[in-house]
Design a protein around this ligand. Structure first.
Ligand code: 5GP
Length: 176
């Protein structure tokens, strides 16, 4: 509970960002405080060790999944794969199109980032509608990886993202 409080204290809210009517949850202050950042990784590590007997790979989601994913992967002694916005990764890739609140986006992963049959956990800073993590799950399924679950710091429960991701489970440190 102490660790959780340390984390929650460091999440700020900005009204009308990036557009009017959106209340943006900002996790950047966590990065400024090594104790809070350590607490985030401790809490994820505890959850993963308690929940899964084997995890082969952490998959970080562009861009804020990249901040926490490598730290967790190192803790667990496993590797990291990246899912990025289209056009950022060299070599053979797989991609999937998905819709955002406004317009469309495409997520992409290097073909050799994950091996068929690998058990993977996805990580991002925040779950809203679930569109981003859903697309990421699709990419991993295309490469025959087994998605064990998704990890996020923040879940916005009104938007039903966890419902959208079912049967893949979501673990969040905090909810709004
Ligand atoms: P979704 O696809 O679930 O609707 O949106 C989640 C994605 O958008 C995540 O990659 C997340 O980083 C970003 N995002 C959406 N809203 C917020 C927010 O309020 N705060 C932060 N930090 N990220 C957000």
């Amino acid at each position: 509970a102490d660790k959780m409080n340390l984390v929650i204290q460091k999440i700020r809210s900005f009204p009308d960002f990036p557009s009017k009517g959106i209340l943006f949850r900002d996790v950047c202050p966590i990065l400024k405080d090594p104790k809070a950042l350590t607490a985030v990784i401790d809490l994820f590590e505890e959850h993963v060790r308690q929940t899964y007997t084997q995890v082969d790979l952490i998959v970080g989601i562009d861009a804020r999944g990249f901040l926490f994913g490598p730290l967790l992967a190192q803790r667990l002694g496993i590797g990291l794969a990246l899912i990025r916005k289209k056009g950022k990764l060299p070599g053979p890739t797989v991609s999937v199109a998905y819709s955002l609140e406004y317009g469309k986006a495409e997520a992409e992963m290097q073909v050799d980032a994950v091996e068929p049959g690998q058990k993977v956990l996805l990580i991002d800073d925040l779950l809203a509608t679930g569109g981003t993590l859903y697309a990421a799950c699709e990419l991993l399924r295309k490469r025959q990886a087994e998605v064990l679950g998704c990890l996020v710091l923040v879940q916005l429960t009104d938007l039903d993202g966890a419902q959208r991701l079912k049967p893949v489970s979501v673990f969040s440190l905090t909810e709004y």
